[in-house]
Design a protein around this ligand. Structure first.
Ligand code: HEC
Length: 136
């Protein structure tokens, strides 16, 4: 019997889906490793930004805040892609907003507001950790 185009497509479709699943698993595994790297960097910069603000080192504090913003952006995307934890997406977004608030506050000479944002960011770590750390 002549095989229909549909009949021929099925094994190929199965192969494509299998490969896609393997690639997705590999991508996800790599991201978990990346995630721990981001976390350790978030840990460092969240402490450094406060030290640099206390010592009135504006350039260093801005650099810390920009790195925190970048890392929280990556974390936001991670949890968006993951699709399992809407609260973690929100925690990541609000942390990024706090990091983003620091450079303009410094530019305005308002170190108090910058420190307040940095402190709030640090106090929020456990909101996420309590629920999501370690990964299930
Ligand atoms: C939106 C969620 C979220 C936020 C916000 C968050 N973390 Fe995490 N963090 C996690 C998760 C999830 C893990 C566990 C990752 C795992 O199991 O591999 C983790 C792990 C860690 C680790 C251990 C990393 C390692 O090497 O295993 C450190 C250190 C850390 N976080 C520091 C912080 C600090 C400091 C902050 C705040 C300034 C913060 N995190 C904010 C989700 C978050």
């Amino acid at each position: 019997m002549r095989s229909t185009p549909r009949g021929r497509a099925t094994p190929a479709a199965v192969l494509v889906l299998t490969l896609a699943a393997i690639v997705a698993t590999a991508a996800r595994a790599a991201s978990v490793l990346d995630f721990d790297v981001w976390m350790r960097s978030i840990d460092k910069h969240s402490v450094d930004v406060q030290k640099n603000l206390d010592a009135r080192r504006p350039e260093a504090a801005v650099a810390d805040a920009q790195e925190l913003s970048r890392l929280y952006g990556l974390m936001t995307q991670y949890f968006v892609d993951d699709g399992q934890a809407a609260d973690a997406v929100e925690f990541s977004r609000s942390g990024k907003a706090l990091a983003d608030a620091i450079p303009p506050a410094i530019s305005a000479g308002d170190f108090e507001a910058a420190s307040q944002a940095a402190l709030e960011l640090s106090h929020a770590c456990n909101d996420c950790h309590d629920v999501h750390k370690p990964f299930q």
